[in-house]
Structure formats: C-alpha cells, structure tokens
Ligand binder design. Structure first.
Ligand SMILES: NC(=O)c1ccc[n+]([C@@H]2O[C@H](COP(=O)([O-])OP(=O)(O)OC[C@H]3O[C@@H](n4cnc5c(N)ncnc54)[C@H](OP(=O)(O)O)[C@@H]3O)[C@@H](O)[C@H]2O)c1
Length: 268
C-alpha cells in the first residue's frame, strides 16, 4: 500500500536515540527524505548514510538553543526543500528519581527546557518554514509520555514537561490550518519502551514486574511500536482527517502501582 510518504520531507528530532532512530529507518524505507537531529553523537546515524545517502541529512542540534533550531530548519530546507512533517521526539529524563522537596531548580529547569521549550522551538520554526513554503498539508507529531497523563512519582519534572505537550498539541492544531489548510497536529504518548532512556529500569526485574501489573498486554513497547503510530499520523493517506488526537502506545496501561503488598502499612 502506498501511504503517500515517498518524496515528503520529515524533520525527526532525537534521531540518534532509541525511538527516533527506529522512526528514521521506517520513514527512509517509505522513501521519505529525512533530516534527523542528534545532540551529542552522530555515530548511529552515520550507519544509515551508506544505505540512504541521498535521503538522509543528519544535523547536530541542541534544541534548547534557538539559533541552532533555526539553523536546523534552514539546513533542512536547503537540502530537501519544504518541511512537510515534524516529529518532535527528542527528550531527556533523569535516571534517578527525586522527591520534589529534594529536586533542584536546575534539574527542573533543564528537563522543562529540553522537553517542553525545545519542542516549542522546533514547532515554532516548523510553522515558520510552512509559512515560507505554502502547501495544503503538513503534519506535526509531538512525543509525550504516559507520565504526562498518569503522573510519575519522583519524576515530577519529566511528567510536567510531557503533560505540557497536550496543551501545545491542542493549541497548534487550531493554528496550523491557518498556514496549511489540511495541516494536522497530534500527540503520541509512549509507555515504557526499551531504549537507552528506559534501559536501566527495564533491565531491573522487580521494576518490570511493577510496571507490567498495570498493563493488560503484560509487555513493554519496542521502538517500532512507537514508530508505527508516528508513521500513521504522518501519512495523509492513513490519517488525513485525524487531528488533535492523542495515541497512547502503552499496551493498555491503566496507571501506576503505588505500593507493593510489602509496602502497605494500613493507616487507621
Ligand atoms: N523510552 C521510553 O520508555 C519512553 C517512554 C515515554 C516517552 N518517551 C519519550 O520518547 C522520546 C524518545 O525517547 P527515547 O526513549 O528514544 O530516548 P533516548 O534513546 O534517550 O533518545 C533521546 C534523544 O533525544 C536527544 N536529545 C537529548 N537532549 C537533547 C537536546 N538538548 N537537544 C536535542 N536533542 C536532545 C538525544 O540525542 P543524543 O543521544 O545525541 O544526546 C537522543 O537522540 C522522548 O521524548 C521521551 O521522553 C520515551
């Protein structure tokens, strides 16, 4: 089935990470031209350049830095023309949980700055690119997290940054149509997914048991599971009338286990 992504141009942030890298491969396989960002190391993306030398442009971008984000879209536009799709995927999470009373302002600001402000900057320069390159369709896919919906004790900075994606998505879906009449904005909330970000938690057997207690499918996601939802939302053929929606890719997750039986001390 031709899902209409061949010849389109997608900017995918966090392309050097677990979900981003898999998503880049899926778009390349569809014939999409991809500008993929990395923050520290280009090594992973280099491995794709041999197979897709004419379809992939890696760009180093710290998305907390507006001139770098602006330059990302300039370089993307120069190489592959109008940016049709933005997957705002890059993000960070602290590996150690911290109670709010112990959380430094520096940590809070860093998480909000990369995850939420960084996505704002990417969306801003994506919309500016659309304004300069008029067209009928466009698709912005924001990447949140189930943490933004259920919350995440000890990771309130991360959960808050991801909850903010909902407000961004609901606002921008009403702005994009003023630039691209058939433009769409949606949100993908991954649940636990085996990537470098979640590796530490997902190789801890006790933690995995705790996580799977709230997931009817009793499994965590692969990056391919998340990439599939992203590809669906990017394709005007598959989801051309879908906008303002959140897809949770989390195996039916119901929430959080707050206490294990051994941790319960009944309170009068
Ligand atoms: N894995 C999960 O369980 C899970 C669950 C829910 C939501 N998510 C979300 O899914 C998205 C992808 O996560 P992942 O699991 O694939 O994480 P990952 O493997 O750690 O990848 C994160 C990516 O973000 C990039 N990045 C970090 N800081 C950046 C900055 N300041 N500017 C630009 N890019 C930056 C990293 O670049 P470098 O590697 O070059 O530093 C990397 O490409 C994130 O938004 C995450 O919050 C993940």
């Amino acid at each position: 089935m031709d899902i209409g992504l061949s010849g389109k141009h997608a900017v995918i942030t966090g392309a050097s990470g677990g979900i981003g890298f898999e998503t880049v491969k899926m778009f390349l396989s569809e014939g999409t031209r991809v500008t993929g960002t990395f923050n520290k190391s280009m090594r992973k993306l280099e491995s794709l350049q041999d197979s897709w030398p004419d379809q992939l442009l890696p760009v180093k971008t710290d998305q907390t830095n507006e001139p770098e984000v602006e330059s990302l879209f300039e370089q993307a536009n120069e190489r592959f023309g109008r940016v049709d799709i933005l997957v705002a995927n890059a993000g960070i999470a602290n590996h150690e949980g911290v109670a709010i009373q112990d959380m430094s302002l520096k940590q809070w600001e860093k998480t909000l700055s990369v995850n939420l402000t960084g996505s704002f900057l990417c969306a801003k320069h994506f919309f500016a690119n659309l304004e300069r390159n008029k067209g009928d369709t466009a698709s912005l896919i924001l990447i949140g997290s189930t943490a933004g919906f259920f919350g995440e004790a000890w990771y309130s900075d991360y959960a808050t940054s991801k909850a903010g994606m909902h407000g961004l998505m609901m606002s921008l879906k009403n702005e994009i149509t003023h630039i691209a009449p058939k433009g769409r904005v949606n949100l993908v909330n991954p649940g636990w997914t085996l990537t470098p970000m979640a590796e530490e938690a997902l190789t801890d057997k006790e933690m995995v048991t705790r996580i799977l207690q709230t997931i009817p499918m009793r499994k965590t996601a692969t990056p391919h599971d998340i990439g599939s939802a992203i590809v669906y939302l990017a394709s005007d053929v598959l989801s051309g009338h879908v906008s303002g929606q959140t897809i949770n890719v989390a195996g039916g997750m119901e929430g959080r286990v707050l206490y294990t039986p051994g941790e319960i001390e009944p309170i009068d």
